[in-house]
Design a protein. Structure first.
Length: 396
């Protein structure tokens, strides 16, 4: 797109409002970029749980940075964790002076615990202590590092698509606020997204949805956590189908399904496959289970299937999808299933910057009359879910 076309596109888009809420082009540089925060300092990661692996993959590895030390209260003395030197909190306090000049990123999810750790470290002379959740790259997951260098230009070049997607939520002010807040986080790096209670993720109480889980498909079933959430929501279901390509996750999933099959559904299906636009084998990163994903540089190969080519006559009524950035490809392989049976949808919409607008536009183009909503369950970009409802409502 040439400069004149880009300027015209942006001018048209601003008339409907969402881009006008973002920084002007001259200020369009997100705050809290990792390399700006580091300023060449060594890196210490505090916390060795899920947040560690997410930060390691989407921040450090993406930007070509290695942690010098990993700290966790589970560690007794010095050792190694995930290929890096490790120690416990007391050993960190006794470390050489370099540690107090390092950038310490706390990857623990509980905000109160993060604050307590930060206070303790700062009281002991650590000068550069940050929450991992304040780092810009943490919110951009599978978006390539090169694209992030000109995120403002990328957003402006998709102005018309963004505004068309934003307009699809005109019936729900909360959805438009979330859309604008997530887009704003991508633009300026400040995360302040209106959030709903985490316990309602995938099964919201504030939306006009039937939530008919009688024939439920879980895409990216992990270890069965969402299936268990569904069971607690509605009780025993007629049929449940689960797709999970990560071998470790699949083993835990099938163990859960076997143990609780009588309480879950009359019929249970579990597939050790990923979902994509066609049947194919793709490289895959296991990523310590929580962020497993299709990845051209992955350490394994998995079989992927198109939903349209499996589960014939399953007649789904509800579908959840959290597959680490492959959502658009999986939906492309499920077009006929969605058009024929019109299941309600709950789709993760945060793994790639473009998914904020491309996912709702794709679902709308199916032409089956879905009413779309956005909800967020973290206060940040992560855990933003696109809902497609078959119900209608005149609520503002």
């Amino acid at each position: 797109m040439n400069a004149d076309a880009l300027a015209a596109c942006e001018s048209r888009a601003r008339t409907s409002g969402v881009l006008s809420r973002l920084p002007t082009a001259s200020r369009w540089r997100p705050a809290n970029r990792l390399l700006d925060m580091l300023q060449g300092r060594d890196v210490v990661l505090y916390g060795a749980g899920r947040g560690f692996f997410t930060f390691q993959r989407f921040c450090l590895q993406k930007m070509g940075v290695e942690a010098r030390l990993v700290v966790d209260r589970r560690f007794d003395g010095h050792g190694r964790f995930a290929g890096r030197p490790s120690c416990g909190p007391q050993a960190l306090l006794a470390e050489a002076p370099w540690a107090r000049e390092a950038a310490v990123f706390i990857t623990i999810g509980d905000a109160a615990v993060r604050a307590e750790i930060a206070d303790r470290l700062e009281a002991n002379g650590f000068r550069f202590v940050f929450s991992a959740y304040d780092v810009y790259e943490y919110h951009t997951h599978y978006t390539p590092a090169g694209l992030l260098q000109d995120i403002g230009g990328h957003i402006r070049s998709h102005a018309e698509e963004i505004e068309r997607a934003f307009a699809l939520f005109a019936h729900d002010a909360a959805s438009q606020r979330i859309f604008a807040a997530v887009l704003g986080t991508y633009a300026d790096g400040v995360a302040d997204v209106p959030a709903s209670p985490y316990r309602e993720q995938y099964f919201p109480s504030d939306l006009p949805m039937a939530c008919d889980l009688s024939r439920y498909i879980s895409c990216g079933a992990f270890t069965g956590d969402t299936v268990e959430q569904a069971r607690r929501h509605v009780g025993r279901m007629q049929a449940v189908a689960c797709f999970e390509p990560d071998p470790g996750n699949f083993a835990a999933l099938t163990a859960y399904l076997s143990q609780h099959s009588d309480q879950i559904a009359d019929m249970l299906f579990s597939f050790p496959c990923g979902l994509h636009r066609s049947n194919q084998r793709l490289r895959f990163s296991s990523a310590h289970s929580t962020n497993s994903s299709i990845d051209p540089a992955g350490d394994a190969v998995v079989h992927c299937v198109a939903l349209d080519q499996v589960l014939f006559n399953f007649r789904p009524t509800y579908l959840t999808m959290d597959i680490e950035g492959a959502e658009l490809d999986a939906l492309a392989g499920a077009r006929e299933t969605l058009r024929r049976h019109r299941p309600e949808l709950a789709l993760s919409a945060y793994h790639c910057v473009d998914h904020l607008w491309r996912l709702p536009l794709f679902v709308d183009r199916l032409g089956v009359g879905y009413r779309l909503y956005l909800r967020n369950y973290s206060g940040m970009v992560s855990e933003t879910v696109l809902y497609a409802s078959t119900q209608r409502s005149d609520r503002p």
